[in-house]
Design a protein around this ligand. Structure first.
Ligand code: 1PR
Length: 518
C-alpha cells in the first residue's frame, strides 16, 4: 500500500477550515492537527488557513505560544503555506479592529480596501494575478482566475518586495501571494478556486514532482463577474431531500397529487454544476422557515458530502434564526449558522430573519447587535453573511403613493401604472412586509451583510430575463456586492444583467436544471 503522507494543519478553531481539509485529503494527504507549539516545530509541511478576525487570531496564537513557534518555523525556512488571514498575520500589523500587531515577519501593515472609489468591499470573487517571480506553487495559474474573499489586504512596498511573488488589482494593487524559499502564503483561497486552486495546493504538497517553469505572466484584469448555480432544496412529501424549482415560488406540480417538483439529488447536482464550471454553488433550504434546520440533519449531510468534491464557494440558506425546539431547548441563530459552517458552508444566507431585523432597525435607529445578521457577521466576518431578499413588484401610479422607494418601470403594469415598489416578503414569499427592497438592502448593509442575493418573485422561473429595474436600483444603492437572481432563461440574460446593472454576480436555477446552459 502507498505510504501515508502527512501535512500539519494549524486550525485554531475560529471558523470553517473544512474545505481546506477536504482539498488536502482529495490530494492524497492525511492531516495532523497542531495541538501544541511543538507540533509546529516538528512539522514537515505546515498549512495555516487563517480564518476569522485578525485580532482574535493573534490573541489565540500569542496565548498558546504558537506565535513564537510559527516565527521560529518560518525563520528556519521550513515548508509553510498560509492562506488568506494566514498571509496577513505574517505582516507587522493590521487595521482590522486595530491597529493590532501581527507576527512581524514581513514588513508592512494590512489595511482595509477603500470603497469610496466605487470598488465594493468585501472583494469577493475571481480575479487574475500578476506573477512576478518564480513562485513554484503558482506555476499552473497563467491567466486563470482564483477566488478571493476579504476586506483587508497587504500592499507591496520597497520594504517587502523580496517577499512578494504576485499581486492583484482591486482599486489598489495588493499582495496576492508571497514566497521566500520554502515559505509561501496566498491571499486567495486555493481550496475554493476549482482545479487551478487544487494545483496550487498540489504544488505545495508535492514540491519535487514537477519541473520548474518560467513564471507565467498573468494579464492585469478586473474582478470577473460570477455565475452561481442555485439549488432550492426541500423535503418532499416522502421525506426525501430533493432539489426543486418553482414558478414564482410555487414548487408543486399542477397535477392531482400536487407533489413537490423533484429535479434530482442535491449532492449529485451540486457536483455536476461544479464540473460544468459554476463559480459558486448555493443551497436554499426553502422550507427552513418552518422546519428547524438542525432538526434537518439531511441538509447538514448534503453540505458535508458536497464539500468533499466541490472546490468552489458554497452558500447555504434557510431557517437561520433563533429557535426553541419542542423540548424547550433554545438554539441561537449563531449556533445554527455555526453548524452550517462546520458542515462545509463558506457563507450562510438569511432571508426572513433579516427582514425583521431591518424593520426593527429602521423603526428604532438602534443597532442592538443581537440580530442573527449582526451576530453571525461579527463572529464570522461580513463576507460570510448573505442576505437573501424575496421582493414582489407592486405597481403604483405615482411614486408618492407609498412611503417606500419607488421607481419608474421599463414596462408599465397591467393598468398602465408607470411606477412600482418592491415589497419584501418572508416565509418563502407567503407574507408581504411593510418594507421595500431598497430600504431593506441599505439597512442590512449597515447591519453587517457582506452580500445581497436579490431575487424577484415575479420573475422567478419565468426564463424571461432578470428584473433589470430592480437590480439596477439595488446595486446602485449599496456598496456591497449584489447577486442578481430570478428569471435567467438564456445566455444573453447573464451578459445583459452585467452590461446594464452593477450586479457583481448572477444566480440562476431553472436554466441549469433544464441543462440549457453548460
Ligand atoms: O427565510 O431565511 O428561511 O430563507 C429561505 C430562503 O429560501 C430564502 O433565500 C428564499 O429566497 C428561499 N425560498 C423560499 N421559498 C422559495 C420558493 O421558491 N418557494 N426559493 C425560495 C427561492 C429563488 C431563487 C431561485 C431564483 C432563480 N428561490 O433562489 O433560485 O429565483 O430561479 P430561476 O433562475 O429558475 O428563475 P429564510
Amino acid at each position: 500500500s502507498k505510504p501515508v503522507l502527512f501535512v500539519t494543519l494549524l486550525d485554531y478553531g475560529a471558523g470553517n477550515v473544512r474545505s481546506v481539509r477536504n482539498a488536502i485529503r482529495h490530494l492524497g494527504f492525511d492531516i495532523k492537527d497542531v495541538q501544541s507549539p511543538e507540533d509546529i516545530l516538528n512539522a514537515n509541511r505546515l498549512i495555516f488557513p487563517g480564518v476569522g478576525a485578525f485580532a482574535a487570531a493573534m490573541d489565540v496564537l500569542n496565548k498558546t505560544g504558537m506565535a513564537e513557534a510559527l516565527c521560529a518555523y518560518i525563520e528556519n525556512d521550513r515548508p509553510f503555506l498560509g492562506i488568506c488571514l494566514g498571509l496577513q498575520l505574517l505582516f507587522e500589523s493590521s487595521e482590522e479592529n486595530g491597529p493590532v500587531n501581527g507576527l512581524g515577519l514581513i514588513p508592512g501593515g494590512v489595511g482595509r480596501f477603500d470603497s469610496s472609489n466605487g470598488f465594493r468591499v468585501p472583494h469577493i470573487g475571481w480575479n487574475a494575478l500578476q506573477v512576478y517571480k518564480d513562485s513554484d506553487i503558482l506555476d499552473d495559474i497563467g491567466n486563470h482566475h482564483v477566488y478571493f474573499v476579504h476586506s483587508y489586504r497587504a500592499m507591496p512596498s520597497n520594504d517587502n518586495k523580496e517577499w512578494v511573488s504576485s499581486t492583484c488589482n482591486y482599486g489598489d494593487k495588493f499582495i496576492a501571494s508571497i514566497r521566500r524559499g520554502n515559505v509561501h502564503a496566498v491571499q486567495f483561497h486555493p481550496e475554493k478556486s476549482g482545479d487551478v486552486g487544487l494545483s496550487v495546493l498540489r504544488r505545495f504538497l508535492y514540491p519535487k514532482s514537477h519541473v520548474t517553469k518560467k513564471p507565467t505572466q498573468g494579464k492585469a484584469s478586473t474582478l470577473a463577474k460570477r455565475v452561481i448555480a442555485c439549488l432550492d432544496v426541500r423535503t418532499n412529501d416522502k421525506g426525501d431531500l430533493v432539489v426543486t424549482k418553482g414558478d414564482q415560488y410555487d414548487v408543486r406540480e399542477h397535477t392531482k397529487e400536487n407533489e413537490v417538483r423533484n429535479l434530482g439529488k442535491p449532492v449529485e447536482l451540486a457536483g455536476q454544476y461544479y464540473k460544468d464550471g459554476a463559480d459558486e454553488v448555493s443551497f436554499l433550504n426553502i422550507t427552513g422557515f418552518r422546519d428547524f434546520p438542525l432538526g434537518d440533519l439531511p441538509m447538514l449531510k448534503v453540505l458535508r458530502y458536497t464539500s468533499e468534491n466541490v472546490f468552489v464557494p458554497l452558500t447555504v440558506g434557510g431557517g437561520i434564526r433563533d429557535f426553541t425546539d419542542a423540548n424547550g431547548r433554545y438554539y441561537s441563530s449563531l449556533e445554527v449558522a455555526s453548524e452550517y459552517f462546520r458542515s462545509g458552508a463558506d457563507k450562510i444566507s438569511i432571508g426572513s430573519d433579516a427582514v425583521y431585523a431591518a424593520e426593527e432597525y429602521l423603526k428604532t435607529g438602534v443597532k442592538t447587535g443581537k440580530s442573527s445578521l449582526e451576530q453571525i457577521s461579527r463572529v464570522y466576518g461580513n463576507q460570510a453573511v448573505v442576505v437573501s431578499i424575496d421582493p414582489r413588484r407592486v405597481y403604483i401610479n405615482s411614486p408618492n403613493d407609498v412611503e417606500f422607494k419607488a421607481i419608474r418601470v421599463t414596462n408599465p403594469g397591467p393598468k398602465g401604472e408607470e411606477y412600482a415598489w418592491y415589497q419584501c416578503t418572508v416565509n418563502g414569499g407567503r407574507e408581504g412586509r411593510p418594507i421595500g427592497a431598497y430600504e431593506l438592502a441599505k439597512a442590512v448593509e449597515e447591519l453587517g451583510a457582506g452580500e445581497i442575493l436579490l431575487n424577484c418573485i415575479d420573475c422567478d422561473g419565468q426564463g424571461k430575463g432578470y428584473d433589470l429595474d430592480l437590480i439596477k436600483l439595488i446595486s446602485d444603492a449599496v456598496s456591497i456586492p449584489v447577486i442578481a437572481s430570478s428569471g435567467a432563461g438564456a445566455v444573453e440574460h447573464f451578459s445583459e444583467v452585467f452590461r446594464k446593472t452593477n450586479a457583481s454576480a448572477s444566480l440562476a436555477a431553472g436554466i441549469f436544471h433544464r441543462k440549457e446552459v453548460i
